[in-house]
Design a protein around this ligand. Structure first.
Ligand code: SF4
Length: 336
C-alpha cells in the first residue's frame, strides 16, 4: 500500500502574550491509502491543529515552524501558473495558490460546527455550485446542482432540498450536507473534525455508517478527529493518541483497545463507560494537562502518571516500536 500522507516532525506554535505555546510538537506519522486514522486525545491536545496544519489552514497567531507534510498526488494538476507535478509533494513548499487548488479536490476538511461553516444567506445548492465552480469555472450550474442532488441523495436527504437554506435543516442533516460538500470534488483524503459531536447517539450512528459506506464508494482515505473513543472503535483502522501536542501512541484500533501501552492511553480508555460492565466504576485522569506556555520538562504526562520515574522528569521519550505493532513514546518501554 502507498502512503498517501507522511508527516515528519511537524511543529505548530502559537504566539501569546505570555510566551510561545507549542500546540503540535514534532509529530511524525504515515497514513496508508484507503485507511482511516483516528486522532484522539483530550480537548487542547493539538488534534484539530494538526488536522488544520495538514491543510495549511493554521491561522495567525499560529504558524507551522518546522516539519514536512508529504502528500502523494496521483496525477499532474495543470493550471495556468500553478501546476503541480504528480508524486510526493511537501505541502509546506507549495504556494497559497497551489494549496487552493488542492483543498477540496485532493484533500477536503469537514469542520466541527456545520451551522457556522454554512453561509445562512446561501441555499445548499449555492454552496455546492460555488465550490465546484471555484475548481472548474466551466461547469454549468445545472450540472453542479445535479451532482449536489446525487450527493445529498446518497446521504439520505432528498435532492429537492438543494433549494433550501441551512436553517431549514436539523443538526444531523446539516452535518450530512457538510459531508456532501467535503466529497463534492472527489478528494483522496478527507479530514473530518468531530463529525458527530452535538448529535444524539442514533443520528451519530447513522452518520458514521453513511461515512463508512461513502469511504468505500469514493475510495477515500480518512482522518477522523474526535475525543470520542467509542466513535473511533467503530470507524478507525488505526488510532493515534495525542497529549499536549505530542503523539504518544499509535496502533491498529483493535489491539490498542485490547492492550494499550502508554499510561495515558490506558487512563483514557479506563475513563470510557462500558455498557457491558455496569459494575465497573468510572475512573478519571487526576490533574489537568499542563500549560503549553510553561510545559514541564521530560515527558509531558509525568505530573499525572502513576508510573513516573526520575528519567521521565528530564528526558522526552521518543516514539519507538511497541509490542502491539504500533509505536509508543514512554520510558517504561525503552529503559529510559
Ligand atoms: Fe509515565 Fe514516564 Fe511513560 Fe511518561 S515516560 S508516560 S511519565 S512512565
Amino acid at each position: 500500500m502507498t502512503d498517501i500522507l507522511s508527516i515528519r516532525d511537524l511543529t505548530v506554535e502559537y504566539t501569546t502574550r505570555r510566551g510561545t505555546a507549542r500546540a503540535v510538537d514534532t509529530v511524525s506519522l504515515n497514513l496508508e491509502e484507503n485507511r482511516t486514522l483516528g486522532l484522539a486525545g483530550e480537548s487542547g491536545c493539538g488534534k484539530s491543529t494538526l488536522g488544520r496544519a495538514i491543510m495549511r489552514l493554521v491561522s495567525y497567531p499560529g504558524r507551522i515552524v518546522e516539519g514536512e507534510i508529504i502528500f502523494n498526488i496521483e496525477e499532474d494538476i495543470q493550471a495556468e501558473k500553478h501546476s503541480i507535478n504528480r508524486g510526493d509533494v511537501d505541502l509546506r513548499e507549495l504556494s497559497e495558490d497551489q494549496m487552493r487548488m488542492l483543498r477540496g479536490k485532493e484533500i477536503a476538511y469537514i469542520f466541527q460546527d456545520p451551522m457556522t461553516s454554512l453561509n445562512p444567506m446561501l441555499s445548499i445548492g449555492d454552496h455546492f455550485t460555488q465550490l465546484m465552480k471555484a475548481h472548474d469555472p466551466e461547469i454549468e450550474k445545472e450540472a453542479a446542482l445535479e451532482r449536489a442532488g446525487e450527493l445529498l441523495d446518497s446521504l439520505g436527504i432528498s435532492p429537492e432540498r438543494v433549494k433550501d437554506y441551512p436553517h431549514q435543516f436539523s443538526g444531523g442533516m446539516r452535518q450530512r450536507v457538510m459531508i456532501g460538500l467535503g466529497l463534492a470534488l472527489r478528494p483522496k483524503l478527507l479530514i473530518s473534525d468531530e463529525p458527530t459531536t452535538s448529535l444524539d447517539v442514533i443520528v451519530e450512528a447513522q452518520i458514521l455508517e453513511e461515512m463508512a459506506e461513502l469511504k468505500e464508494e469514493f475510495n477515500l482515505t480518512m482522518i477522523l478527529i474526535t475525543h470520542n473513543l467509542g466513535v473511533l472503535a467503530q470507524t478507525a483502522d488505526d488510532i493515534a493518541i495525542m497529549y499536549t501536542g505530542r503523539l504518544v501512541e499509535i496502533a491498529p484500533t483493535d489491539v490498542l483497545f485490547e492492550d494499550p501501552q502508554h499510561p495515558y492511553t490506558q487512563a483514557l480508555l479506563d475513563s470510557v463507560p462500558d455498557v457491558t460492565k455496569p459494575e465497573k466504576k468510572l475512573s478519571w485522569i487526576p490533574g489537568a494537562p499542563p500549560d503549553l506556555v510553561e510545559s514541564p520538562p521530560g515527558c509531558m504526562f509525568h505530573p499525572r502518571c502513576p508510573f513516573v520515574m526520575d528519567v521521565c522528569r528530564e528526558v522526552v521519550p521518543s516514539l519507538s516500536e511497541s509490542k502491539i505493532g504500533g509505536k509508543v513514546a514512554c520510558h517504561l518501554y525503552t529503559g529510559g
